[in-house]
Design a protein around this ligand. Structure first.
Ligand SMILES: [Zn+2]
Length: 377
């Protein structure tokens, strides 16, 4: 097998992590220090620039220049600013921040429009860089790195943050099992008869978003007509931001809703069963597909899966075949023996075999749970 060092390039992986509260604090600390280092280096260089302009041979000046030059070394930096000498810091953080600063200068030398490095403001997003190290003998394998490495397909280990699971305690068993039917009239119906309505946020914001998007395309057309580059079309750019912000708001609210629902289900039940969406035949029905992308079922199922994993619960999906059409009491399948199949319009029905009265989605949720139980039995 090829070794890592034999490769002409290394490619990156983008992945989402779910840090615990402690890990979030560590990320913040590291990001704060990375930003501070970057800014200190700018300050040092600015002072050096001013001092170098003093042409008189003054001892005070030459001593200060020597001192500042020494301080730029990452090691001396943390000696001087004691808070940078913190055991909770990733060892790479200070040297990586210095590297970033150097890269900013290199970029300036290549492309002058990039500007000289500027102070980094404290932002909304916490970020810092660290790097994986591969030993000389390391093979071409992401599990082989030190510092940053994958423990398995679901866990990544980062310096100081450790791996993602140990901070999460297993939940107490609840002796409760539930099936959930995802449908379009409400968000979901559970096998114990509870309904969760579709979130309203989308309907309220939808009008606003559509209006903003119309305005955006009008401005795009106008710029095109005048032969202006969109980059320089100020009003277009302003409106683009307005649309992006509205879209971000919808996304945030939707995720918030999905997190709340999935966490509640995982908290309250040992076993949760849902339908897999593959069998749902959604894409054939455009209206249905639209509302599915609105309510975010796919994201919801993903959340259920990783949360179940995290808290030691069981989450499984079953084939949705006939879950709507079967009577959960006697097992009669609608569409057989001269009966007609239920349609989306039939919200309530009575079983022709045992005469039990059903609410469609509730009945479906019961069938889903039964299928799940049969699957793990
Ligand atoms: Zn029946």
């Amino acid at each position: 097998m090829k070794k890592m060092k034999d490769l002409s390039y290394h490619y990156g992986l983008k992945m989402r992590i779910y840090p615990s509260t402690q890990q979030k604090q560590l990320i913040k600390l590291n990001s704060d220090i990375a930003r501070t280092v970057y800014n200190k280096l700018i300050a040092i260089d600015q002072e050096l620039y001013q001092l170098n302009r003093v042409k008189l041979p003054l001892d005070v000046v030459t001593n200060r220049i020597d001192e500042l030059k020494k301080r730029k070394n990452p090691k001396n930096l943390s000696n001087h600013f004691k808070y940078m000498d913190n055991k909770l810091l990733d060892r790479q953080v200070i040297s990586t921040a210095k590297q970033t600063y150097q890269n900013a200068w290199n970029m300036y030398k290549k492309v002058h429009t990039a500007g000289i490095p500027k102070f980094h403001k404290k932002g909304y997003v916490e970020k810092y860089q660290t790097s994986a190290h591969y030993g000389k003998k390391a093979e071409m394998n992401v599990f082989d790195a030190t510092g940053v490495k994958f423990l398995d397909m679901q866990h990544i280990q980062l310096p100081k943050l450790g791996s993602d699971t140990p901070f999460v305690a297993k939940k107490r068993t609840t002796d409760s099992q539930v099936g959930v039917d995802l449908n379009t009239e409400n968000f979901l119906t559970s096998s114990n008869g509870a309904q969760i309505a579709n979130p309203r946020y989308y309907r309220t914001i939808k009008g606003k978003l559509a209006k903003a998007q119309r305005k955006l395309s009008r401005r795009q057309l106008r710029a095109k007509k005048d032969g202006r580059n969109l980059r320089n079309a100020k009003n277009y750019q302003k409106q683009r931001l307005v649309v992006a912000k509205l879209q971000a708001r919808v996304r945030r609210q939707r995720n918030n809703f999905l997190h709340k629902v999935s966490t509640a289900l995982i908290n309250n039940h040992d076993l949760v069963v849902a339908e897999n969406l593959r069998g749902k035949n959604m894409l054939k029905n455009h209206a249905l597909a639209m509302s599915i992308s609105d309510v975010g079922w796919r994201t919801f199922l993903q959340m259920m899966e990783y949360k179940a994993n995290l808290y030691g619960r069981t989450f499984i999906t079953v084939d949705p075949k006939n879950t709507t059409q079967i009577c959960s009491d006697c097992g009669f399948i609608m569409g057989k023996d001269g009966s007609s199949k239920l349609t989306l319009a039939d919200r309530k029905w009575t079983c022709p075999n045992c005469h039990k009265h059903h609410i469609r989605d509730w009945n479906a949720a019961k069938n889903i749970l039964a299928k799940g139980l049969a699957k793990i039995a």
